[in-house]
Design a protein around this ligand. Structure first.
Ligand code: COS
Length: 388
């Protein structure tokens, strides 16, 4: 069991974070949308609060949160626009998981303190021709003496335009190998010669969170950049990191879902029709109640999955169930809140339409709902076979 931060210190941190989210981040949302980036002064405050290092072990300069605490953190920060979460969680979630679980001690010592201080990481798995089928990646890493030479293109990579470090998955064998052992992971400083970042893609929502291609042309990295110092461990590292990433997306859906429902409830209490607040009408109440029940279910899944991860269990199935349920529920909640707003729900002037655009990606990234179904069913079948 990972005890994480002392509970009283953690509670005080969450109180401080909640104030910061409401007093600084929510008022900055307009600037984030207009500038399509998190403003530098806010980023500096986030770094000064240590937000870039919350999960990094204390020995490497972080706050040492366990999974349950990390997930509560994501839930809290996700009351504000998604860009604030996504600039941090690739660092403290997927990249830290990859380094802690799969890195060598030298790699942990090299990167974790930098990440804790606010260096930005990106996670390069997806490619133009491999998304859900992540093991079909084409990016090649070829050993040349003491170095590896990387060539390929990564697509839709969150934070690529700002990143200092890329965790890049590449094949070290031209043939596919059992258990996807042809995939290796490399720690690539983004300033390395041969790394180019494409222009940020224009998206449906989540302004301020930038995604772009990473083009790798004869990028030479030392063999010490191979994660874990061993070829063939990249798929395992990616899947472990994705288990963590799925918990984080689920928690983002819970946190943002709460904000969205709060907005819907407030509108229903203020807006009058037929001479009274529309919150008095049972058909509106049904939408509010269904949303509340779904959020509560997602919160319970979140707590359970995170506690199991802290107890040392493999949580691929629980993380997939939670991510799938929470993202689908969040989509339904955002849609109902547009409906509760009526015509106003379709206008840019109100927040409801932005919420509906922002949450659409939650059902897609870190594994689509359909991929979560595959992960869940595969685990069910394996467990059945093992016990019957
Ligand atoms: N934890 C630890 N090891 C894992 C793992 C996990 N969560 N998932 C897979 N592995 C290892 C196991 O060793 C596994 O072999 P066994 O199941 O026999 O033990 C091996 O990797 C191969 O796994 P699998 O057979 O499940 O690989 P597939 O090629 O069939 O791919 C899917 C599985 C489709 C589930 C995977 O490619 C995936 O998650 N795709 C979606 C990618 C994604 O989410 N992209 C979003 C953006 S990335 S930031």
């Amino acid at each position: 069991m990972n005890p994480g931060m002392p509970p009283d210190v953690f509670d005080a941190f969450i109180d401080q974070l909640r104030r910061f989210v409401r007093e600084r981040l929510v008022p900055a949302e307009k600037a984030v949308i207009e500038g399509n980036r998190v403003p530098d002064d806010i980023l500096a405050e986030m770094r000064a609060m240590g937000l870039f290092g919350v999960t990094i072990p204390e020995a490497y300069g972080g706050a040492g949160m366990n999974v349950s605490q990390y997930i509560r953190f994501v839930d809290e920060i996700s009351w504000a626009a998604p860009a604030f979460r996504s600039i941090i969680t690739i660092n403290i979630g997927m990249t830290t998981t990859a380094l802690v679980k799969c890195g060598t001690e030298a790699q942990r010592r090299e990167w974790l303190p930098r990440l804790a201080e606010g260096a930005v990481a990106c996670f390069g798995l997806t490619e133009p021709d491999s998304g859900s089928d992540s093991a079909a990646l084409k990016t090649r890493a070829v050993r040349r003496g003491d170095d590896y030479i990387l060539n390929g293109t990564k697509r839709y990579i969150t934070n690529a335009p700002f990143a200092d470090l890329g965790v890049i998955m590449a094949r070290t064998s031209p043939e596919n190998l059992p258990k996807n052992a042809h995939v290796s992971a490399f720690l690539v400083p983004m300033k390395t010669k041969g790394v180019t970042i494409g222009s940020p893609d224009k998206k449906m929502g989540q302004e301020g969170s930038q995604i772009a291609d990473i083009i790798l042309e004869d990028v030479r990295v030392p063999a010490s950049a191979l994660l874990g110092g061993e070829e063939g461990k990249g798929f395992f590292a990616a899947m472990q990191s994705l288990d963590n990433g799925r918990l984080s997306v689920g928690a983002a859906c819970v946190g943002y879902g709460r904000r969205i429902l709060d907005c819907g409830l407030r509108y229903a209490m203020e807006r009058k029709a037929f001479g009274e607040p529309i919150a008095n009408f049972q058909l509106i109440q049904a939408m509010l109640a269904d949303s509340k029940a779904e959020l509560y279910a997602a919160e319970c899944m979140m707590r359970d999955a995170a506690a199991r991860a802290d107890a040392g269990e493999r949580v691929s199935l629980e993380a997939a169930c939670f991510k799938m349920f929470a993202s689908e529920a969040c989509g339904r909640i955002a849609d109902r809140v547009v409906q509760i707003h009526g015509g106003a729900g379709y206008l840019r002037e109100y927040e409801a339409e932005r919420f509906a655009r922002d949450v659409r990606i939650y059902r897609i990234y870190e594994g689509t709902t359909q991929i979560q179904q595959l992960v869940i069913a595969k685990a069910m079948i394996r467990d059945f076979a093992a016990t019957h």
